[in-house]
Design a protein around this ligand. Structure first.
Ligand code: SF4
Length: 329
């Protein structure tokens, strides 16, 4: 539930703004100049704001579509991402967003058409492209407010040569079940062992419901991706990840699977410093405190053993050509 909506004055008449405001008739509406005045204000308390985040409706002016970091991709030669939203209704302890932004408020950029224009422009001049969302938010979790997926599916239906990844933990399948499946749109589920999810993924749907959602999407015909990212270390990780794979692959149709990827838990150095201040007693950050080329992650030997084990177990279950490790550093 949203109790406060900040609205950039310049877009107060935008139809998407009006539509979203109509969904929250009791919310307090506060005009603002630029969203940064609210979002980037100093001395905000991310943890407190996360209890009752406000919604900020804004207009994005530039940098609509960006190149992904090196080593990020699912087989295309040119990889891009775009973020219609900053922050997320879920609260994963390992999430880099809590150390990235001063504020836990949701920022929604309502000028979808500008993102779409830029995607069109790139697709017209480049081949073999993939566009990722869900980098600065969860692609589907706020769909009932944003209608983001419903709005972007026609764009990728038209641009069928480009891949589009929706990265999510949400089980809100409404926009996907209301649209014919598109072979170039991949619904990619982030999955962690149930025990880790219970401990670290507050407000996100449990593993069991994500697996049910995957089954429903595959039955309907949507390409699905599995994202075992981040891989989290604990002393029982071998049992945890073996059980996770057993649960997932007892349901997922591997023939229909688009891709699987995996990456260790890691945070950029500055983000790590901020989250440690937010949770000074959190063991998750104490265990992952080793620097690898600008990123903080586990001790090299632990990370390498863990990835080797998880990769080997995964590759017992899927063909190697569907596997895309996420490298960094
Ligand atoms: S679902 Fe993703 S974006 Fe949302 S809090 Fe968890 S890790 Fe962050």
């Amino acid at each position: 539930m949203v109790h406060t909506i900040y609205i950039e004055e310049a877009i107060s008449e935008h139809p998407r703004v009006q539509d979203i405001c109509d969904r929250f008739p009791k919310a307090v509406r506060i005009p603002c100049g630029r969203y940064g005045e609210v979002f980037n204000r100093r001395s905000q308390n991310f943890r407190l704001q996360k209890q009752w985040p406000a919604l900020i409706l804004a207009n994005k002016h530039d940098h609509f579509v960006l190149g992904t970091p090196e080593g990020y991709g699912i087989g295309s030669s040119r990889n891009y991402y775009f973020s219609h939203m900053l922050n997320c209704p879920y609260d994963c302890r390992y999430c880099f967003l809590q150390g990235m932004y001063q504020s836990a408020h949701y920022v929604l950029f309502v000028n979808y058409e500008d993102f779409q224009f830029e995607v069109d422009r790139i697709v017209n001049i480049e081949n073999d492209t993939c566009f990722f969302t869900g980098y600065d938010c969860d692609s589907l979790a706020f769909e009932s407010v944003t209608s983001f997926t419903a709005d972007f599916l026609p764009l990728f239906q038209k641009n069928s040569a480009a891949l589009f990844e929706l990265r999510t933990k949400s089980v809100n399948l409404k926009p996907l079940l209301a649209h014919p499946p598109l072979p170039n749109v991949i619904v990619a589920y982030s999955l962690t062992p149930a025990r880790i999810g219970e401990q670290y993924e507050d407000k996100a749907p449990p593993l069991r419901r994500r697996i049910e959602a995957i089954k429903q999407l595959q039955d309907y015909g949507w390409p699905v991706g599995l994202r075992f990212d981040p891989i989290i270390f604990n002393s029982g990780y071998r049992e945890d990840y073996t059980r996770l794979y057993e649960e997932v692959f007892s349901v997922v149709d591997v023939q229909q699977l688009h891709s699987a990827s995996m990456g260790p838990f890691r945070l950029p150095k500055a983000v790590h410093e901020t989250v440690v201040k937010l949770y000074p007693k959190e063991k998750l950050f104490a265990a992952a405190a080793y620097s690898h080329g600008g990123m903080i992650s586990y001790q090299e030997e632990i990370e390498s053993d863990m990835l080797k084990f998880c990769e080997a177990e995964l590759l017992k279950r899927i063909p190697a050509d569907k596997y895309f490790p996420c490298r960094y550093g």
